[in-house]
Design a protein around this ligand. Structure first.
Ligand code: FRU
Length: 507
């Protein structure tokens, strides 16, 4: 009898646990807007990606996170890891606020030579530098609200210890002084921190990641200045055998399509000054929903960027509940020259091929006025990827659902612009800035247009001309898009149309 009871309890316990597990897994499937090919924490608020670093075969993504609220609050560093940048493992919160303030954005580096001295007995420490943001001082109207602090990990990023001498870099008397991005500069054998200071960037140097001295400033009179400068990044990118230096500067508001966006400068960095031959403001992504984008540390020449997939215009209001906001697909950055001017191109990383199901391909598709691809490719599913090639004529592709809600992606020959229209894409009324059409210039001067885009449950990321013109947008349709319509002003032939359903990264 005793054995029977024990056996019975065991069975009940197993059923209970598997029920819980099923519920856990179901979370990903049931939630209407839960991204299926992008990382999101299980619950609550996120903004900027932070401390992205590659170490011992693992990519670490830290991020601005409210541990117990779905709006911006009590900002800590959340944590996730991945071995392929496609599938993610959610980890416990890495760094919590303390008496110096909230844990604002920053970066992490692998301190291979233990220059910081935080590693004991041959350990290689990971060192994170972030902004301590003091809310009490902010409320009291003080200036010195933001100071830089460090924390280190000697267990491969699992746990973090704050340095007892924080803050290590004090506020120079400017209210906005934040988001340090650190890298090792081999020619001058020192660490460089790129810091956003209201309307410009300041560069600092250090031999040990604790003591910093100022090198120079950049940007007061160049680039876009419609808002505060935030989350910078400085790194080299090779083109035609030359190492150029790219400076990313996120700005909010003042983006090309309202609100937050990432601008960039391409120039030279000599270990002290960044200089660039400025001709025009350049944007990494013209869509409304790529912000705070910065690159992974310790990936060599391979520069991979992840951005926050939202916009400060409405980030606190988007109609999700359990989680709020997420991240873009990881994108590999490169340079391209057009009419003697350099531009960044960004494309989703190759590893995403891992989640591709078999594609439906059409080699030549004639569009005359409006045509529906419905009979050709059938119902489409989310997540999925589309690729197509067509001459630079007026053209639009619409993703439509049963309620006639749609996203329209198009090219306008006259204005030489790509556009993304989410006016009638589902829930749009939570903010007046949301339901709009956004535009991106076409930089490529000749040849066919190549377009690829990734559709997820609540986002679309469009890459034109091999990543020269990019448009990222979140969307909240009331039903999934199931049909594709193609539209041209006259007769247009699409070559290499392909539709690829994608596997969820959570299954
Ligand atoms: C950018 C930003 C950063 C800051 C963080 C606070 O989105 O404003 O400048 O460190 O968010 O969460």
């Amino acid at each position: 009898m005793k054995e029977f009871r024990l056996f019975f309890s065991l069975i009940m316990f197993t059923l209970f646990i598997s029920g819980l597990e099923a519920q856990e897994n179901a979370v990903e499937v049931i939630e209407k807007y839960r991204p299926q090919i992008h990382f999101t924490p299980e619950k609550n608020w996120v903004n900027d990606p932070n401390g992205m670093v590659y170490f011992n075969g693992i990519y670490h993504l830290f991020f601005q996170h409210s541990p117990s609220s779905n709006v911006w609050n009590e900002i800590s560093w959340g944590h996730a890891t991945s071995t392929d940048l496609v599938h993610w493992k959610r980890k416990p919160i890495a760094i919590y606020p303390d008496s110096l303030g909230l844990i604002f954005s920053g970066s992490a580096v692998v301190d291979k030579n233990n220059s910081s001295g935080f590693g004991k007995k041959g350990q290689i420490p990971l060192v994170a530098m972030y902004t301590s943001h003091d809310m009490k001082k902010e409320k009291a109207g003080k200036i010195d609200v933001e100071n830089q602090s460090i924390a280190y990990s000697v267990d491969e990023g699992e746990t973090w210890i704050k340095y007892s001498g924080n803050p290590i870099l004090k506020n120079p008397g400017i209210r906005d002084f934040r988001d340090p991005k650190v890298f090792w500069h081999e020619p001058s054998k020192q660490w460089i921190a790129t810091i956003a200071v209201q309307d410009h960037i300041s560069f600092y140097a250090s031999k040990n990641l604790r003591d910093w001295n100022k090198l120079s400033d950049f940007g007061k009179t160049v680039g876009a200045h419609g808002g505060v400068w935030e989350c910078p990044d400085l790194f080299p990118l090779e083109f035609a055998g030359h190492n150029y230096w790219v400076l990313l500067v996120n700005i909010n508001p003042g983006g090309p399509n309202h609100g937050s966006a990432t601008q960039y400068f391409i120039g030279e960095f000599d270990g002290v000054n960044f200089a660039c031959d400025f001709k025009q403001t350049k944007w990494l992504d013209y869509g409304p929903d790529e912000y705070a984008g910065v690159t992974f540390s310790n990936t060599g020449k391979n520069k991979i960027l992840i951005g926050w997939m939202s916009n400060w215009d409405y980030a606190n209001q988007v109609p999700t509940e359990k989680f709020r906001n997420g991240f873009t697909l990881p994108r590999k950055l490169g340079l391209s020259k057009i009419n003697n001017e350099l531009f960044i191109k960004s494309l989703p990383i190759e590893n995403l091929k891992k989640i591709e199901q078999s594609s439906k391909k059409i080699n030549s598709l004639t569009v005359n006025g409006t045509s529906s691809t419905f009979p050709l490719i059938g119902n489409i599913q989310t997540p999925s990827k589309f690729e197509l090639r067509f001459p630079p004529e007026n053209f639009a592709i619409e993703l439509v659902n049963k309620l006639n809600e749609k996203i329209i992606i198009g090219f306008n020959k006259e204005s030489n612009q790509y556009y993304l229209d989410r006016k009638n894409s589902g829930i749009t009324d939570f903010n007046k800035e949301f339901g709009k059409i956004v535009y991106a210039p076409r930089f490529l001067k000749q040849g066919d247009i190549t377009l690829s885009f990734y559709l997820d449950k609540s986002s679309i990321e469009v890459f034109a001309d091999n990543g020269l013109s990019v448009l990222t947008s979140v969307v909240f349709p009331n039903e999934t898009f199931n049909q594709v319509n193609l539209k041209a002003t006259g007769k247009l032939i699409i070559t290499n149309f392909s539709y690829t359903p994608l596997y969820s990264i959570w299954k």
